[in-house]
Design a protein around this ligand. Structure first.
Ligand SMILES: [Zn+2]
Length: 465
């Protein structure tokens, strides 16, 4: 039976009119094919792109090395200092490269300066930005081992891909691409919030890989919602290497929020979270999450309803329920002093000698005392909830809790069973929030000019045809 043969040749034109030809691949098929043999197979595509990359990269490096370098300060031509070898790791395979070096100009020969300059700065591990980007982007969403398996199935990556490679690469992206360039964001006027913002804060826990005491550590996560509806998630380790207030300030700065941006801050009443708000957003209007207050009222109401169950004291339940409902109504309408009086009276009553024998009275006392204490601790954040709701202003942190779930619960605590340490979790949180905020590509563009140009939608192949 006859065979069909395709030879794929690369015609390089490194100098105008001077071409060289290299065969990249040879693809063969029988004339009589089944569906599985129709068109390119994945392994052929991988070999083809790897062969192309192996030609293109060294040629680019050679051309780069041929450009004479002059001193930036005095313009004197730099003297060549040979090459060093490196391994360029890309989406299309590892390519060994020779990187041209030059001596540093004598005019800059000060002590402590680098002795040579290179044609291209490969960084520590010579990973192509696109490989780092694709790895981090998917590692933020799926387990490291699965990302490694998928990438090596689809791409001619060099060497075996392990979960640990994916993890390390992702953490490096967090530290060197996302964190390092996050600080630049507030300088961009476009990123600055123009109207009032809502900032929601919540805490969540991540498993600590160091077992024993304190098996979990706390991550503060939240969201900024701007007047134009844009949402920005953030997350940082509490008591990490950076003080929480500094981490919070930076996270807000990335969202374009500064100390003087008009803001509403919502949280569940955690004293540490309020402290953060006071330190970083001292002018914000604090709002205690209505839902958390309502749940505590509900617990107290349950205790009240069960009062004296099955005895002659059951009528006491009605009075206690009425008292709680009135207190709740007052809180909802922003009448905190009235609410406090009602709750204090109920607590006093539940502690009296005359009702000591009533079934369930101890539980009611506890619930009411707990509720009252909770509201008193958050007194400064009690607002006219009804009026806020009418005006369409947020009164609950449900949007924040969804952010916490999104950022840490699913990926880092529940399904994954992964263990983290404080120093490694922050870069991962940074990558994850950047992916969820859809800013990862932007961060790469700041780090690597020319990375996936935003306005370059033209297709060069179509233009050439
Ligand atoms: Zn010089």
């Amino acid at each position: 039976m006859a065979k069909l043969v395709w030879r794929v040749k690369l015609v390089a034109e490194r100098h105008p009119g001077v071409t060289t030809e290299t065969e990249l691949a040879c693809i063969e098929r029988d004339e009589d094919v089944g569906l599985a043999e129709l068109g390119l197979r994945l392994d052929e595509a991988k070999r083809l792109t790897a062969a192309l990359q192996a030609q293109v990269v060294p040629a680019q490096m050679a051309a780069l090395g041929e450009c004479p370098r002059a001193c930036e300060a005095c313009g004197r031509k730099l003297a060549a200092k040979g090459h060093y070898r490196a391994r360029f790791r890309s989406l299309f395979g590892d390519v060994p490269v020779r990187v041209r070096r030059w001596f540093v100009c004598p005019c800059r020969g000060g002590a402590g300066e680098a002795k040579s300059v290179t044609a291209l700065d490969f960084g520590g591990d010579a990973v192509a930005p696109e490989l780092a980007y694709v790895t981090a982007r998917y590692a933020a969403l799926a387990p490291f081992g699965k990302v490694a398996a998928l990438l090596s199935e689809l791409l001619p990556l060099g060497g075996a891909q392990h979960a640990s490679t994916v993890r390390n690469r992702t953490l490096r992206v967090g530290a060197e691409v996302v964190q390092a360039h996050a600080a630049e964001a507030p300088d961009q006027p476009a990123a600055r919030a123009t109207g009032p913002v809502v900032v929601g804060l919540d805490g969540g826990y991540v498993r600590d890989r160091h077992r024993g005491e304190g098996r979990h550590f706390e991550v503060v996560a939240g969201k900024v919602i701007r007047a134009d509806g844009a949402q920005h998630r953030f997350a940082f380790v509490r008591d990490g290497q950076v003080p929480a207030s500094e981490a919070f300030r930076r996270a807000l700065a990335v969202a374009g929020v500064g100390a003087n941006t008009p803001a509403t801050a919502l949280c569940d009443g955690d004293a540490g979270l309020w402290r953060l708000q006071r330190e970083v957003l001292p002018n914000a209007t604090p709002v205690l999450d209505w839902w958390h207050a309502a749940v505590r009222f509900e617990h107290a109401l349950q205790a009240a309803r069960g009062l004296g169950a099955g005895t002659a004291d059951a009528r006491l339940a009605d009075a206690a329920v009425r008292g709680l409902e009135r207190a709740k109504w007052r809180l909802w309408h922003g009448r905190w002093p009235g609410c406090r009086r009602r709750l204090a009276a109920l607590r006093r009553w539940a502690g009296r000698e005359s009702v000591r024998e009533v079934a369930g009275i101890g539980r009611l006392w506890q619930r009411v005392a707990g509720l009252l204490g909770y509201l008193q601790r958050n007194e400064a954040a009690l607002v006219p909830y009804a009026a806020r709701r009418r005006r369409g202003e947020p009164i609950a942190t449900s949007f924040v809790e969804s952010a916490v779930d999104e950022i840490i619960a699913w990926r880092m605590a529940k399904a994954q069973q992964m263990r983290w340490s404080k120093p490694t979790v922050q870069p991962f949180l940074d990558v994850r929030t950047a992916v969820l905020n859809d800013t990862l590509k932007h961060a790469f563009r700041r780090r690597h000019p020319g990375f996936r140009p935003a306005n370059d939608d033209r297709r060069p192949t179509a233009a050439a045809a």
